[in-house]
Design a protein around this ligand. Structure first.
Ligand code: 6R9
Length: 638
């Protein structure tokens, strides 16, 4: 708490965590190298990214690193020819990685499958041939509506290998949401599974896929491929539906890799939740592969012996960059788990870490908060000594959750690498490396070659300690190349504050240049002229033992302009009574000072969340104001 008693200092934790000497000695990028990389990138950012591009394989190198003539439609590596799948798979077959494990997959019932790079390569080739025989060609859109299965990865890579554009839709989305995405992308093919296991139940996915296709636009999706996961007897429409296993069985083990132009699209990722109507964000082969490869290997310090586990579903950008493409390009071994983190009980993730010797565990604050609720006795039952790095992404992590993860999972030895990035950015943007000094709750500093700032609405940098808008001031290679069929919306991201990319987040920088992300720009509450992030208030509530989940929104207040209202889900052993309300308010006052007045507290059994686990304050705001709300297809259904 700063002297003035304002909230500005909340997320500026006093504590600094230093890496263990051994980590520094062994790091791929040591402190001097990191300093040199920053210096090089500041002087010559294109040179820096060119060097990163040289680490990958190309069919033909670029004529230029960046063409910015048509900004904001930046073109990275124009003239180059490549395919990300060549880097993720094909090239490993020529090296010692050939017989290394690429993927360890565990199903919820406990079944396992393992693929070496060679096995994955051949499976991808067989399916790539199958896609070609179904008439899929370069540029066609393929929607993948799948749970986390090895075939989900195979489908993504096979599509990309033949130059098709994939769009993975999270298996928890409704038929309506799936149809909307199929229509928007004008997809030609849908790939799905008969069903999957989730929390001890079988979810029938094929039925939902069928329902989505009823009423889908007439000229899209003429075939559907169905992976057999649960042995369900599903209706297969003659001439339209094909069994995955039947298709790949008859195909050859070799398939040519399509030669792509640098900015040929690789995938579309629809994002919803924060802005209303979902937008199809486009990523392309060259820039995306360069940015993801460089940032993943340096931030997570990828070593040949690593077992890398990103818990994100492949339906999110994190599942793409850190779950599929990044780890495969790096030649590492990934873990993928199909099911619910608490099935059959709250130690499932820890049992997986112990069983496979996971070294790097990358997850989201919402997961950490949930696991925290069950208590430290669950991780204690397992040998987690293989872990060396932890990571967080998706929302601000409160110092409390950070510390819990660090202590109870990371034995107070493993750095927690909090990575700020977005679907739009494709790659990590602001993140530490294992050698960095860490402050719990801060994403540290922009990576080499990335330039970010905190500015006011006119684009003027704000002084340290003051909140402002997070912007990216220079193009970066893995940037989205556009929105699918919506150039205007894409331009808007660069026009809100002219010349820079507006990320839509509120952040501040401290005196050391560390960034603290406070939440979305629309989730900031202005109480009597003091700006305070919902996330900041939520972190403060999170300090109270009774609080399991919470969301804070701004509500109109006659005197202060805006006041904060909290929606709180409490832990089972507490009573939602007046005493608790008083106690919670006291906590906020203690944590944040008198300016953070909580007008009211409402207890809820459950808070509305997006599919990726982000609390949708927008829904709560709409309930409060009685106004219409935007797209809700990202909401949980159960
Ligand atoms: C990768 C991903 C992007 C939004 C972003 C921000 C929030 C992501 C964060 C974080 C605080 C972090 N966000 N990482 N906030 N600290 N480390 O999550 O992409 O689903 O597009 O969400 O998530 O608000 O703007 P996406």
């Amino acid at each position: 708490m700063d002297q003035s008693g304002t909230v500005d200092s909340l997320l500026q934790e006093e504590r600094v965590f230093r890496p263990l000497p051994q980590l520094v000695i062994e790091a791929n990028v040591n402190p001097q190298e990191l300093e040199a990389a920053h210096k090089f990138a500041r002087m010559d950012s294109l040179g820096y990214w060119e060097e990163a591009a040289d680490e990958l394989d190309w069919f033909k190198k670029w004529d230029q690193v960046l063409d910015d003539k048509d900004a904001p439609f930046y073109r990275w590596f124009p003239g180059a020819r490549c395919n990300i799948v060549y880097n993720a798979l094909d090239r490993h077959i020529e090296t010692a990685n050939k017989n290394k494990l690429a993927l360890i997959w565990e199903g919820e019932p406990g079944d396992q499958r393992k693929y070496t790079y060679f096995e994955l390569y051949r499976e991808v080739n067989r399916f790539a041939n199958a896609l070609r025989s179904l008439g899929i060609r370069k540029g066609d859109r393929v929607v993948i509506y799948m749970p986390p299965l090895p075939e989900t990865i195979v489908a993504m890579l096979a599509a990309a290998k033949i130059g098709a554009i994939h769009s993975v839709v999270f298996a928890g989305f409704s038929a309506k949401a799936l149809r909307q995405r199929i229509n928007d992308a004008q997809a030609k093919l849908l790939i799905t599974a008969d069903g999957f296991y989730r929390n001890g139940q079988i979810v029938n996915l094929k039925e939902t896929a069928d329902e989505a296709l009823v009423g889908a636009c007439a000229d899209c999706v003429d075939s559907m491929v169905v992976v057999r996961r649960c042995n369900l007897s599903v209706d297969m429409m003659d001439g339209r539906d094909f069994q995955y296993e039947d298709l790949v069985r008859q195909e050859r083990n070799e398939a040519p890799t399509e030669v792509m132009d640098a900015d040929d699209p690789l995938f579309l990722m629809y994002t919803s939740g924060t802005t209303g109507k979902p937008k199809g964000i486009v990523h392309s082969h060259a820039g995306y592969m360069v940015g993801v490869n460089r940032t993943l290997t340096t931030v997570f310090d990828i070593k040949p012996t690593d077992i890398f586990w990103c818990t994100a579903d492949p339906g999110w950008v994190t599942g793409h960059s850190a779950g599929v493409y990044g780890p495969l390009m790096a030649g590492t071994t990934s873990v993928m788990y199909e099911g619910h983190p608490n099935y059959p009980q709250a130690d499932r993730l820890w049992s997986i870490v112990a069983k496979y010797g996971v070294t790097t565990f990358y997850t989201a604050p919402t997961m950490i908060r949930m696991l925290m609720r069950f208590g430290a006795q669950y991780p204690k039952q397992h040998d987690l000594s293989s872990l060396r790095l932890l990571g967080s992404v998706g929302e601000p992590i409160s110092p409390e959750a950070w510390t819990w993860l660090y202590k109870n999972i990371g034995r107070s030895e493993c750095p927690v690498l909090d990575t700020w990035w977005q679907t739009e950015t494709g790659m990590f943007m602001i993140a530490p490396m294992p050698i960095s000094l860490l402050k719990p709750g801060s994403v540290t500093k922009p990576l080499p070659g990335v330039e970010c700032d905190v500015v006011d609405r006119d684009g003027n940098p704000v002084p340290p300690g003051k909140g402002g808008l997070l912007v990216v001031t220079k193009p970066w290679p893995a940037m989205m190349t556009g929105y699918w069929n919506d150039d205007e919306a894409f331009k808007e991201c660069w026009e809100k504050i002219p010349g820079v990319y507006y990320a839509g987040d509120v952040a501040k920088k401290d005196e050391d240049g560390y960034f603290w992300i406070q939440g979305r720009a629309d989730d900031v509450i202005n109480i009597a002229g003091h700006r305070i992030g919902s996330a900041e208030l939520e972190a403060a509530f999170g300090m109270h033992r009774a609080v399991s989940e919470c969301a804070v929104i701004g509500v109109p207040d006659k005197i202060k302009g805006e006041a904060a209202k909290a929606f709180i889900q409490i832990n089972d052993d507490f009573d939602p009574d007046d005493d608790l309300i008083k106690d919670l308010k006291r906590t906020i006052r203690n944590e944040l000072g008198p300016v953070a007045v909580i007008k009211s507290i409402e207890f809820r059994d459950k808070l509305p969340k997006t599919r990726s686990g982000k609390i949708m304050r927008r829904v709560l705001k709409a309930e409060e104001s009685g106004h219409e709300i935007g797209d809700l297809t990202g909401l949980e259904e159960d």
